[in-house]
Design a protein around this ligand. Structure first.
Ligand SMILES: [Zn+2]
Length: 339
């Protein structure tokens, strides 16, 4: 089969690989679509948990083409998505039920071979059937699962004002989740272009503010003027150091900053401890997800979270380098790869 392979940091090749052999508890998924996200770029750079050589791709959508002997709930031909997380169940944190902090956290497409290939093998307990969603829309199930985990961490009180920095798929899904779960007013700050247009078409926020992540300072004045008390919740979802550094200044006294982007390891912020202390600001991180797929599938299948139009670009496996370039240009919302 054709597959994308990261042989090492910044060593990308399109290879011919054998079709994976499944174990008795696995299914073989014929990939129909697989989403790219910032993680895939960081992996290509050798950051994150990358283990090389690696077939990346962790937002997997496909059709079941083979079923392991012990698998009861699936049949050949079922359309499905796959939860990419693999947990050890026996480390310090797993034994405490803190599965997200698993010390041996593995992920399909990050530490084991993933979905930028024609086939991928997945444990059946990690597979979920889909009905109404198109293949492109279903690439948003994984990002939605991560956003649901973010909401669990945030557990926002009813009636809050929220500021979301960044209008990538994550920002757009979090905005909708906040709307469904108690926010009274949502502002999205993002650069002009396709993502803001999609945000508006999805009616994701009440107000849209332009944000230049290379030079965020001028926009802050504008936000501060209109929201002098700041926001109960600020979500940093750009992954930009410059924006993360400023984000804390828009948190209302007693409010919460959620750090949600995918940052480079070198990124650092300079926050005033006096402000965090005096304003009683809560700072929380939210990374990936575990066990959030059932809720994500339900939200997307019901249409309550709308992801229509979010996939703006589709590439073949052979054109994967172009897909990464497009990702870097930040001119796409969601990019998907189809074998
Ligand atoms: Zn563990």
């Amino acid at each position: 089969m054709d597959a994308v392979c990261y042989k090492g940091p910044r060593e990308l090749e399109i290879i011919r690989a054998p079709v994976p052999q499944i174990r008795d508890d696995q299914v073989l998924i014929k990939v129909t679509c697989c989403g790219i996200c910032g993680t895939d770029y960081h992996l290509a750079e050798g950051e994150f948990l990358a283990k090389f050589p690696l077939i990346p791709g962790h937002e997997i959508v496909g059709v079941i083409s083979e079923v392991g002997k012990d698998v009861k709930d699936f049949q050949k031909g079922d359309r499905c998505v796959a939860d990419n997380t693999i947990l050890c169940d026996s480390c310090f944190h797993c034994r405490r039920g803190q599965y997200l902090l698993c010390e041996n956290f593995e992920s399909i497409g990050v530490t084991t071979d993933g979905g930028f290939a024609e086939y991928v093998a997945v444990q059946s307990k990690k597979v979920y059937k889909i009905q109404n969603l198109s293949d492109e829309e279903a690439t948003l199930v994984e990002p939605t699962s991560c956003a649901i985990h973010g909401m669990d961490k945030l557990s926002p009180p009813v009636g809050i004002d929220a500021l979301i920095l960044g209008a990538g798929p994550t920002g757009l899904i979090l905005a909708q989740l906040l709307k469904l779960n108690g926010a009274s007013h949502i502002v999205i700050a993002a650069n002009k272009g396709v993502k803001t247009e999609i945000a508006q078409s999805l009616n994701a926020a009440d107000v849209y503010v332009e944000l230049d992540r290379e030079n965020p300072a001028p926009q802050w004045g504008e936000i501060k003027k209109n929201y002098p008390k700041g926001f109960d919740v600020v979500i940093e979802a750009t992954g930009a150091e410059s924006v993360a550094n400023e984000a804390i200044n828009y948190v209302r006294r007693g409010g919460t900053l959620m750090v949600y982007g995918c940052y480079s390891k070198q990124a650092v912020v300079h926050w005033s401890p006096a402000k965090i202390f005096g304003d009683e600001i809560k700072i929380i991180g939210s990374f990936a997800q575990v066990h959030c797929f059932p809720r994500a599938v339900a939200y997307l299948e019901s249409g309550k979270i709308n992801v229509k139009g979010m996939v703006t670009d589709i590439f073949s496996i052979k054109d994967y380098p172009k897909a990464l370039e497009k990702l870097n240009s930040r001119s796409a919302c969601k990019i998907a790869v189809k074998p």
